[in-house]
Design a protein around this ligand. Structure first.
Ligand code: FE2
Length: 364
């Protein structure tokens, strides 16, 4: 076996550029149960932007807003709406990660640099991926502060009730027509990932619309990136709708893992989070398809949670509606009970659900 030239310890954080980080922070605290842990902004010497850091389990989100018109962040939000700017990867060596990937053809964003405070130092470097999304390599082995130099401690101002979110399971990118292979190859050739799965338009299509997808994963399997592209159908694919409203490629959904999806989803519903709807008929024959499961079917049906099975076990999953006004980024909540796949058996039901929503927006 060849040596992994880009060992990744996990997802370090996901940074969103948003129009109003203060209000988004409230949403993620109240609805998703994230705790606010750190802040950077004018009060900490950061004059032109604010960032809030939220945490639950091993998941860290950073919500950033530009304060002035003439700002890359403000332009990003103007073009894309609220969306993911940085998929940050936790590594042991940010310099080597940068050199290895740039040598293999990655387009650099920021050469390696070090920031430090009284808690130690963090080394960072960044490369481009699809659209205006970037990967930042974060080396924090010599740091024991809360998040990163430049941030100060900031705690939630009300009692946060976590909902059992544990870690990022996978992050899905939508890319343009005919670009899926290019980006799947980018992850294989430039980051040393492996191709895990391929879905073609026969796997993922309805009467009207279709998509194709390839899933790439890093050496230890901690990072999984499915890459979608639109496929020809009678009507506009959900990926095309995304590309139109995001103005190009970007992160489509983030799947977060829970150890108890019944608890997680009932809490999310109580707190007002909207989910894609699958009709009751889905539950009539689901057990014929997936066999016996530990959960009561009635409980799954009540919460509209989907089930799928592969050779290694089964999984439970559900998808939120987009979490901003543009039909772009959404979340998946997933509980794996052995299964390592992505819910292929649910694609049909989900697609039909997404198309109902698209039609209501007048985009089908
Ligand atoms: Fe997913």
């Amino acid at each position: 076996m060849t040596e992994d030239f880009l060992p990744i310890l996990g997802t370090d954080h996901i940074e969103f550029y948003v129009g109003n980080a203060k209000q988004s922070t409230h949403f993620y605290q109240h609805a998703f149960g994230y705790k606010l842990i750190a802040y950077s902004g004018p009060e900490t010497g950061q004059k032109d932007k604010v960032s809030y850091v939220l945490e639950q389990g091993k998941i860290r989100l950073v919500l950033t807003t530009g304060l002035f018109e003439n700002s890359d962040i403000t332009s990003h939000v103007n073009k894309h709406g609220d969306g993911v700017k940085v998929l940050a990867l936790w590594v042991n060596d940010a310099e080597k990660s940068f050199e290895e990937t740039v040598t293999r053809g990655a387009e650099p964003v920021t050469s390696p640099y070090t920031i430090s405070d009284k808690f130690g130092e963090v080394k960072l470097s960044s490369i481009h991926t699809y659209g205006e999304t970037i990967h930042t390599f974060v080396e924090r082995k010599n740091y024991n502060g809360l998040f990163m130099p430049g941030y100060e401690k900031r705690e939630s101002q009300f009692q946060i009730e976590p909902i059992g979110l544990k870690y990022i399971d996978h992050c899905v990118g939508n890319v343009g027509w005919g670009e899926m292979d290019k980006w799947a190859e980018f992850y294989q050739n430039v980051l040393g990932f492996k191709l895990l799965l391929t879905f073609d338009d026969k796997d993922i299509s309805t009467e009207y619309t279709a998509l194709m997808s390839k899933v790439v994963t890093n050496g230890n399997g901690y990072i999984k990136f499915p890459i979608n592209e639109p496929a020809k159908g009678k009507k506009k694919s959900q990926i095309e709708e995304y590309l139109e409203f995001y103005n190009g490629p970007g992160v489509q959904h983030i799947a977060v893992a829970t150890g108890n999806i019944l608890f997680t989803v009932s809490e999310l519903r109580k707190r007002g989070v909207d989910f894609l709807y699958v009709p009751d008929t889905y539950y009539e024959d689901v057990l014929d398809r997936v066999g016996s499961i530990d959960e009561e079917l009635e409980d799954l049906k009540k919460l509209n949670i989907l089930v799928d099975r592969d050779d290694e076990g089964y999984l439970l999953q559900i998808f939120t509606k987009p979490v901003q006004d543009r039909p772009t980024v959404f979340y998946e909540i997933i509980q794996r009970k052995g299964a390592k796949s992505f819910g292929k058996g649910n694609f049909q039901a989900l697609f039909e659900s997404i198309e109902r929503e698209q039609a209501q927006r007048g985009n089908l």
